[in-house]
Design a protein around this ligand. Structure first.
Ligand SMILES: [Zn+2]
Length: 274
């Protein structure tokens, strides 16, 4: 079975009772998908828990704007929920209770205080509960959790399975007689499978010009990868070339004589190991 796709993982993480036995079985067998799933579960747990806002400072409206935009939420929840809360309290204050700091309402019997989680302060009256802010309703948090899961999943997916260049082999380049330039080389594979050799030396000591080669261990066969006019360069490796047959990276000093063969004068050399 192939890896689970983002939608499957999200549904499994969101709903404990989501029925997809094959996918749940895959989670048990596949550490990669299990790790993605665990990350999603942490997010779901974090978002499903209605936070205790009484101990948090109230963020400005731009914070909600950012969340709203980032999650692509609908028009019905465009209003900053915390601004709604603040204006409710301000309205209560106008009844003579003072500016939104009272712990107990003055003109409402205790039985009328609506226990909304920890938010019992402020002069709530009957009917407030029916108009509880949207973010105090569990369904909203589940929807927000779903949206957050998708956002986080995108990030997890991008981080854990990137089409990055893969290093196939590397070599330290040491100077040969008469030279002191040293450096390194590595073969990397791009996402499309094409390979390139990245060469870097600490100086350019060529009297003519530098040419980069891949050479067989017994020096009997060699492939020119190109000219390097500065202290570093990236060269395409011919498709199908078995680099284990040509493991020597060689930078030569080539005279400007029009002869395409190796000058036999090498500046630096090293052996690729994977
Ligand atoms: Zn998997």
């Amino acid at each position: 079975m192939p890896h689970l796709d983002p939608e499957q993982l999200s549904l499994l993480a969101l709903y404990d009772d989501w029925e997809d036995p094959a996918a749940r079985e895959h989670l048990l067998a596949c550490p990669e998908c299990a790790a993605d799933y665990a990350a999603l579960r942490r997010t779901v747990e974090a978002v499903k828990t209605t936070p205790d806002t009484s101990r948090l400072s109230v963020p400005g409206p731009q914070v909600w704007e950012g969340i709203h935009r980032g999650l692509g939420l609908g028009e019905s929840v465009r209003e900053d929920p915390l601004a709604v809360e603040a204006s409710n309290e301000a309205a209560a204050g106008q009844d003579g209770a003072g500016p939104a700091t009272t712990d107990a309402p003055k003109d409402v019997p205790p039985s009328d205080v609506i226990p909304l989680g920890s938010r019992t302060k402020g002069a709530k009256t009957k009917g407030t509960r029916a108009k509880a802010a949207w973010w105090q309703r569990p369904g909203t948090w589940l929807a927000a959790a779903a949206a957050a899961v998708l956002v986080v999943f995108g990030a997890v997916w991008a981080l854990s399975r990137p089409p990055q260049p893969r290093e196939l082999a590397a070599a330290q380049l040491a100077p040969l007689a008469q030279y002191s330039a040293a450096g390194s080389a590595k073969v990397v594979a791009a996402a499309d499978g094409s390979r390139s050799l990245e060469v870097s030396l600490d100086k350019d000591e060529a009297k003519g010009y530098q040419e980069v080669w891949l050479i067989a261990p017994d020096l009997s066969k060699l492939v020119s990868l190109g000219v390097m006019n500065s202290t570093s360069g990236t060269f395409q490796v011919p498709a199908g070339l078995d680099i284990s047959q040509y493991p020597l990276v060689d930078v030569s000093d080539e005279p400007m004589d029009g002869n395409p063969a190796h000058s036999t004068v090498s500046i630096a050399r090293g052996t690729l190991t994977s």
